[in-house]
Design a protein around this ligand. Structure first.
Ligand SMILES: NC(=O)c1ccc[n+]([C@@H]2O[C@H](COP(=O)([O-])OP(=O)(O)OC[C@H]3O[C@@H](n4cnc5c(N)ncnc54)[C@H](OP(=O)(O)O)[C@@H]3O)[C@@H](O)[C@H]2O)c1
Length: 332
């Protein structure tokens, strides 16, 4: 596959604004890079983009090889997923416009080869940064590397893009879980991201453990804390590129699209629902004052895709935050 042959329109932002009345038109000459495309949310973003914007010229996905699977094998497995069946039938050519780029978010320069980097720099317009480690019990230094430093690496790449339109960063509504209300703004932490990164890079295990212990007094886990740091990194370093942060709460099965009830993992709240449905789980000790805020995955995907359009329309240098939650009532 000769990726350099793909015709990527180099529209600038003002041309995009002329097409702003239609999301499909907005994407019809826009080349996209998606990180985390093999995960639950990423798979759904690909599906919706291909189904709703079939003229999209190219979608590049940053993907790492795994165990005995090359990135090409992983791509094949991804696009063979039944969620792409309707795209396969209606718009068969669009699937061939998905291209894998080998990379690893946890490595310097995202582990992308110089040749691929040059190709991305010349062709990409919008970056959806979705990848993260969503393991709640990840050691602090691992979570910082994958969820915070990776974001800095993505920003660095975006700053080099020749025709960049926007960056959409998928965060979490729980990265300030100690607050009862969350505004659409970026919150700071008691320690600046650079200080946390420095400690994690020091390899001083005692210091890292002490820091983790301190953080876990305020944040439920290293995941939410490092996602918060990533937001701050974006906010402080993307002065020239429109950036949106989309913060879903707990992402659950789809309401409608690509089909009702679509989900591709069984962790978190889905695992609980599954066990209840199977009759395995009959009682749970819960905090009656806690809210279970779940958003259907299709709502989160639509918000992510629309955010790129919306910040282009309202282009300014300030990072825009979109909370994507259900504002669930208290359980009675
Ligand atoms: N699911 C939720 O309830 C929820 C709620 C709020 C926010 N979010 C956010 O939504 C985003 C996606 O979550 P998800 O539920 O789709 O998670 P997921 O299913 O676990 O997918 C994670 C994705 O990130 C990729 N990734 C992780 N580490 C990587 C690395 N070092 N290099 C390259 N790729 C890497 C994974 O690739 P591999 O396939 O190679 O592992 C996978 O594609 C995350 O940013 C998360 O914080 C999720």
């Amino acid at each position: 596959m000769d990726r350099m042959n793909i015709k990527v329109n180099e529209n600038n932002v003002s041309e995009k604004l002329n097409k702003a009345n239609s999301i499909e038109a907005f994407y019809d000459s826009t080349a996209i890079l998606v990180t985390g495309a093999t995960g639950f949310v990423g798979k759904g973003i690909l599906e919706k983009l291909m189904r709703a914007c079939p003229s999209i010229p190219a979608i590049y996905i940053l993907i790492r090889p795994k165990k005995d699977q090359t990135i090409k094998q992983r791509l094949k497995k991804l696009i063979d997923d039944p969620i792409y069946d309707s795209v396969r039938v209606k718009y068969p050519s669009v699937l061939s416009r998905i291209h894998p780029v080998q990379g690893d978010m946890s490595l310097p320069d995202l582990g992308i080869s110089p040749a691929d980097r040059t190709m991305l720099i010349h062709n990409m317009n919008i970056v959806f940064h979705v990848a993260a480690t969503v393991r709640f019990n990840e050691p602090l230094n691992v979570a910082v590397n994958t969820n915070t430093k990776d974001t800095a690496r993505v920003i660095q790449l975006c700053k080099e893009l020749k025709h960049v339109i926007s960056i959409i960063h998928v965060s979490t509504a729980y990265n300030n879980a100690y607050l009862s209300e969350i505004e659409e703004k970026v919150y700071t932490t008691c320690l600046a991201p650079s200080a946390v990164v420095d400690i994690c890079e020091s390899k001083d295990k005692t210091l890292i453990d002490l820091l983790e212990e301190r953080i876990l007094k305020m944040y439920p886990n290293t995941y939410t804390f490092t996602k918060n740091l990533a937001e701050q990194v974006l906010c402080s370093s993307c002065d020239s590129i429109p950036v949106a942060i989309v913060r879903p709460s707990i992402i659950g099965a789809s309401r409608k699209e690509p089909c009702p009830g679509w989900v591709d993992n069984i962790y978190g709240v889905t695992a609980v629902f599954l066990q209840i449905g199977n009759g395995i789980l009959r009682a749970m000790i819960i905090n009656k004052d806690a809210r279970l805020d779940v958003v259907p995955v299709d709502y989160a995907i639509d918000t992510i895709i629309c955010a790129a359009w919306h910040i282009t329309l309202h282009c300014d240098t300030k990072t825009k935050v979109y909370n994507c939650t259900s504002n669930a009532p208290y359980l009675k």
